[in-house]
Design a protein around this ligand. Structure first.
Ligand code: MG
Length: 371
């Protein structure tokens, strides 16, 4: 792949319903879309779904743009890439900045799959034709609102419901959800909002038969997670704590969790996500694919990734219509009976709706290979 042109698009899309997490409320979602083009005129698409503020990881829309413009795109122009994995290795010379790397690297994977005349899922080694998906309920002011949303999503067929929690908004809504829907697969995600001092709250949570408690403590608290897991029947799942394969190794050796959430953007791209998947599969640790309010482009990459064998728990990959009035891909992602069909078309398997993309662009810039 001889990349001769890269285009960056900073997009801003209004969420249909704002989502409150333990840190902030997200109304409009910004993202960076990356389009690469090779010397045969074939294009590949990627997405770096960073947030406007650094609440989830240290990266923001601003840092992602800077890393891509000043470091990663010039590095990408320097060589012909036989395979995206080789590009990922070259990108690893740059410290962290995983979302920026993932945006460009995932675009190279899409391009590579198109050149091979295969689906992205096929070149990644995916085997599942359908993937099970769940949906996230953000923090709500009233328990009744949580129950109404839960009922609505169950009617739409979602197979797993995850509730965002934070201190003061935890046991009460979960207990109400459990009372009303005793059989539903429920989990919670704290985005690291607690400390070990709140151990008693987690012990109460242990009675609700949750499928997992996601990232209860801060990202760096692997030891503390191990102390918490030791006293709980409910599996802990790590999200923000996992950026590189070594983090999984440490977490598993310390027994900090029993489940891993893999997001290609958080771990630096699809190459790294594949390595984490394989590492967990060898150790019989189930994984699932988390979401970051991606546009259809990042969503399509997540669907392809989730077709791998060890993505055995439902991922956070909802229908386009869950978040957007209009998505920037065609057809939009749809969920039927809690499942998404993995597309078989070349690359990500969805076309980019350029007309709508232009409507949501805040800034764009084109870079050309010199010489
Ligand atoms: Mg999470």
């Amino acid at each position: 792949m001889n990349i001769k042109k890269v285009q960056l698009y900073h997009v801003r899309m209004p969420l249909k319903h704002s989502v409150e997490t333990s840190f902030s409320t997200i109304g409009d979602k910004d993202s960076i879309i990356v389009e690469v083009q090779d010397d045969d005129g074939i294009t590949g698409w990627g997405e770096a779904p960073a947030f406007a503020v650094p609440w989830y990881t240290e990266e923001t829309i601003g840092t992602v743009w800077h890393m891509l413009e000043d470091f990663l795109i010039p590095l990408c122009f320097r060589r012909n890439w036989a395979h995206p994995k080789i590009a990922a290795t070259a990108f690893s010379a740059i410290q962290r900045n995983n979302m920026a790397k993932s945006g460009l690297e995932s675009a190279l994977w899409d391009l590579y799959a198109k050149r091979e005349e295969k689906s992205l899922a096929a070149v990644l080694g995916g085997c599942n034709k359908m993937i099970e998906v769940g949906v996230v309920i953000g923090l709500q002011a009233k328990v009744k609102d949580v129950l109404d949303l839960l009922e609505q999503y169950l009617t739409q067929g979602y197979k797993r419901i995850k509730l965002k929690i934070k201190p003061g908004h935890d046991v009460e809504p979960i207990s109400a959800m459990r009372r009303q829907f005793p059989e539903v697969s429920l989990s919670v995600d704290a985005n690291g909002a607690y400390t070990l001092n709140e151990k008693d709250m987690f012990q109460k949570m242990d009675w609700f038969g949750l499928s997992m408690i996601e990232q209860p403590l801060a990202a760096g608290d692997l030891l503390e997670h191990a102390k918490l897991q030791e006293n709980l029947r409910t599996p802990l799942c790590l999200d923000e704590s996992i950026a590189v394969a070594q983090d999984v190794q440490h977490a598993l050796e310390l027994k900090s969790c029993r489940i891993i959430n893999i997001k290609m953007s958080r771990v630096g791209g699809l190459t790294s996500a594949l390595a984490l998947h394989d590492y967990c599969q060898e150790r019989r640790i189930p994984v699932w694919c988390g979401g970051m309010f991606e546009t259809g482009i990042g969503r399509a990459h997540n669907i392809a990734l989730s077709s791998l064998a060890n993505f055995s728990l439902p991922g956070d990959i909802s229908a386009s219509s869950r978040y957007w009035e209009t998505d920037i891909i065609e057809p939009e992602v749809t969920v039927q009976k809690g499942e998404i069909q993995v597309p078989e078309g070349w690359g990500i398997g969805y076309a980019v709706n350029r007309r709508h993309l232009e409507k949501v662009v805040v800034a764009k810039k084109t870079f050309y290979k010199q010489g």
